[in-house]
Design a protein around this ligand. Structure first.
Ligand code: BES
Ligand code: MN
Ligand code: ZN
Length: 501
């Protein structure tokens, strides 16, 4: 979708469709009154006939007139003014995108509301609309033949600003939103890519291509290099697949010699469970088990496009977890990069094994903080469902910052405790640790396992098992990979920059 910021009067815009949000208790703002007059009272009649009242997600399409240059106007209900949030505006953008697609209106003009909405800033509102429009319009169609019967994707979005003074601030805001969304869409594409295509080597090639495009440094460790370094836990998981593992390391430098933030993303390209094989029902969805890695690559892409003043290290351990004659067995003992030995009692608890080595590796970059993102436990879906990620870690300030960034971005996370008592569940009789803690508190014991390796730095762990993938589409998230975490992490990074300056 091409994006353009233009200046002018709404009534004079020549466009196939004007799109406007309307709050439920603001059906007669000056602009809406002007539009109604230009349409000879068509809006007032629709309201009187109870066809439109501005409740959230309700829409009304009216056709133009001699006094209205646009061919149509699409009104999208925003609900009561006092209930409007950035998230409800993203949803309104998604509703508009759906209506436009259905009607094959691929060129359109969005008009900001002419009255203040719940104290929200004009730039923030414009960003939210643009995010909703772009993210809702996404489809993964790489493997589908073209079909003229399918609704086309949106091509041209014009953002109309009324006063010249607003234009530059709004323009900057919507351009930021567009760059941010590129990171999200990259993450979605990677998650949706099928397992037969996306080997660890494929992920590494993709990371290199992105790095070359936006000027990131990218180094990739292959199996011999990982053996040499001693990535015993990661290699243990990888040994069941003929597709060899990679450790992808990316650097974004936007802040000179400042200490970096390290972002670690679980990159299991397919998780069959290994010898502790998963049930076959819905196993296809386990191509999404590299969503954490996709989020990290998407975040580095967005940070680079946005030229954020921060240093980032992205670390993506990429492996495939398959059963085979060479796979690890339950009962095997692995020696991790940290030197700690791990009794593998369930080969399906593989994410924590590869993350353990990645967390150890992160230390060498002397990070100011480390955030790992992983589709780590089914238990997280039981605890929080599909509406929030779990966040745990060793620094309460960092955890609170992430929760705040979650509220602002609409990618929420909720803290679970990491009390010492849970660590008891991981004690082994034959090794330093075992890789499962039994059924109680599965998300917490997984994090307690990671905590043994997240030493010497501030650390937060995001379990995105419930949020990285959607079986059915909703609001601005179509079915499949959601790209969850890119907007959350970019929001977190920019909030922290604001704090430290
Ligand atoms: N990748 C899965 C977790 C998962 C499940 C993500 C469902 C998304 C949806 C992870 O590797 C796994 O298999 N975890 C096990 C851990 C258990 C064996 C301790 C689980 O959650 O069942
Ligand atoms: Mn697993
Ligand atoms: Zn997994």
């Amino acid at each position: 979708m091409d994006l353009n910021v233009i200046h002018g009067a709404a009534l004079k815009q020549v466009t196939p469709c004007l799109v406007m949000g309307v709050a439920a208790n603001q059906l007669a703002t000056p602009l809406l009154q002007k539009i109604d007059k230009a349409l000879d009272g068509a809006l007032a009649r629709a309201v009187a006939a109870q066809e439109f009242s501005g409740t959230a997600q309700q829409t009304l399409l009216l056709h133009g007139s001699r006094q209205l240059a646009a061919e149509r106007i699409l009104l999208v209900g925003l609900g009561k003014e006092r209930d409007i949030t950035l998230e409800s505006l993203r949803r309104a953008g998604a509703t508009a995108a759906g209506q436009l697609r259905q009607r094959r209106l691929t060129d359109f003009t969005w008009v900001p509301a002419d009255s203040p909405l719940h104290g929200l800033q004009a730039e923030a509102m414009a960003s939210a609309w643009v995010e909703g429009l772009i993210l809702a319009d996404y489809r993964f169609e790489r493997y589908r033949s073209a079909d003229p019967k399918r609704a086309p994707s949106l091509k041209q979005l014009n953002v109309l600003t009324g006063r010249k003074g607003d234009q530059s601030a709004i323009k900057a805001a919507v351009q930021r939103a567009e760059k941010l969304c590129r990171g999200v869409l990259l993450a979605r594409d990677m998650v949706n890519e099928p397992g037969n295509i996306k080997s660890p080597a494929f992920l590494a090639e993709q990371a290199k291509a992105i790095a070359a495009e936006v000027g990131l440094q990218c180094t990739v460790l292959d199996r011999p290099a990982l053996e040499q370094e001693g990535f015993g836990a990661l290699l243990g998981v990888a040994q069941g697949s003929i597709r060899e593992p990679r450790l992808i390391v990316l650097h974004y430098r936007g802040a000179g010699d400042e200490r970096p933030v390290a972002l670690i993303g679980k990159g299991v390209v397919f998780d069959a469970g290994g010898i502790s094989l998963k049930p076959s029902e819905k196993m296809d969805q386990m191509k999404m088990d590299m969503a954490g890695g996709a989020t990290v690559l998407g975040t580095l892409l967005a940070a680079a496009l946005l030229q954020m003043p921060v240093n980032l290290v992205g670390i993506i351990p990429a492996v495939e977890n398959l059963p085979s004659g060479s796979a690890i067995r339950p009962g095997d003992i692995l020696t991790s990069l940290a030197g700690r030995t791990i009794e593998v009692l369930n080969t399906d608890a593989e994410g924590r094994l590869i993350l353990a080595d990645a967390l150890t590796y992160a230390k060498r970059f002397e990070p100011r903080e480390v955030i790992d993102v992983a589709t780590l436990t089914g238990a997280c879906i039981i605890a929080l469902g599909h509406h929030a990620a779990a966040v745990l870690g060793n620094h309460n300030g960092l955890l609170r910052q992430l929760q705040r960034a979650g509220e602002a971005s609409g990618e929420r996370c909720w803290q679970l405790p990491l009390w010492d008592e849970y660590a008891e569940q991981l004690k082994s009789e034959v090794a330093d640790l075992k890789n499962i803690g039994g059924r109680p508190a599965g998300t917490i014991t997984a994090a307690a396992f990671l905590q043994h390796f997240a030493k010497d730095y501030r650390w937060a762990h995001l379990d995105i098992a419930g949020t990285a993938w959607q079986e059915k589409g909703s609001d601005y998230r179509p079915a499949g990979g959601t790209g969850f975490g890119v907007r959350l992490l970019i929001e977190h990074l920019s909030q922290n920059l604001a704090q430290s300056s």
